[in-house]
Design a protein around this ligand. Sequence first.
Ligand code: ZN
Length: 361
Amino acid sequence: MTTPLSLEMIRQAPKALLHDHLDGGLRPATVVDIAGQVGYDGLPTIDPDELATWFRTRSHSGSLERYLEPFSHTVAVMQTPDALHRVAAECVEDLAADNVVYAEVRFAPELHIEGGLSFDEVTEAVLAGFADGERRAAAAGREITVRCLVTAMRHAALSREIAELAIRFRDEGVVGFDIAGAEAGHPPSRHLDAFEYMRDHNARFTIHAGEAFGLPSIHEAIAFCGADRLGHGVRITDDITVDDGEVRLGRLAAILRDKRIPLELCPSSNVQTGAVASIAEHPFDLLARARLRVTVNTDNRLMSDTTMSKEMLVLADTFGYGWTDLQRFTVNAMKSAFIPFDQRVEIIEEVIKPRFAVLVG
Ligand SMILES: [Zn+2]
């Protein structure tokens, strides 16, 4: 029996993150600060601690729709180039402080044009912020690589334009595309045009599917849209049965495993949106034991009151994971990243494995 891992121990581990929303990870003090600068008076409180509590309690609501409500406040303070730059740079610093060594952070340009910015201007401000954050983190002795995914909102009709934006900025740090937002009534196949555009340009994308909605959403994402990864995908368990300890996969679950489709699992968020009842009932461990390609993610660090280390800790506490397991999930994530193969291998071999070796040793 090994000693259980503590939060402090897990903080030391190198981490790779594939699913993190820029507008879901602001520092509460920054929200208050920018709101003051831009004259946004819609915040429920201007005390940063009270605001942090407000976000947390509002988001832990058991429904995806209500979980998404508090985003109106973070989005409201992300409408100028300066604000976007600052939020993006701080995001990188916060991830680096948690020893995240690689992250793909996503945001939806269409939510940040209320101040008159174009999609390109929004994207340029965020990418410049990421680059600045990388420099500041490196100066503080923490190397981190952050790349960007642009997201289209699934209830809107801008996905093709956002896909084109992704391709325009592909050499500038945008490594992929995604669709997000309330799942029910907005099937991924409505955005087929955007996914075809991405495939036509040999580019990668992920789709939020199988979070609030079940197998049909996952089937569409894989079979019709050709998603490279699934955002959440937890409901794939509806296609998995356990008989006398023997795990049996249906055809959809089997194709996810056969094709090594990564699942961007976000344990705390899944509980808060009601996708699963509790961490103990989270299918993470079942999916890991069934050898699907599971990865650990934060989703929204502010709303879910979490970090990569906290997500790893809650899984380690609940399912008894040790360093070997956490390393496997981290390597899974790095293998599934949208940067080129040689760069993925380099981070795995030269950063992740050596740093885990020190921890294990
Ligand atoms: Zn998400």
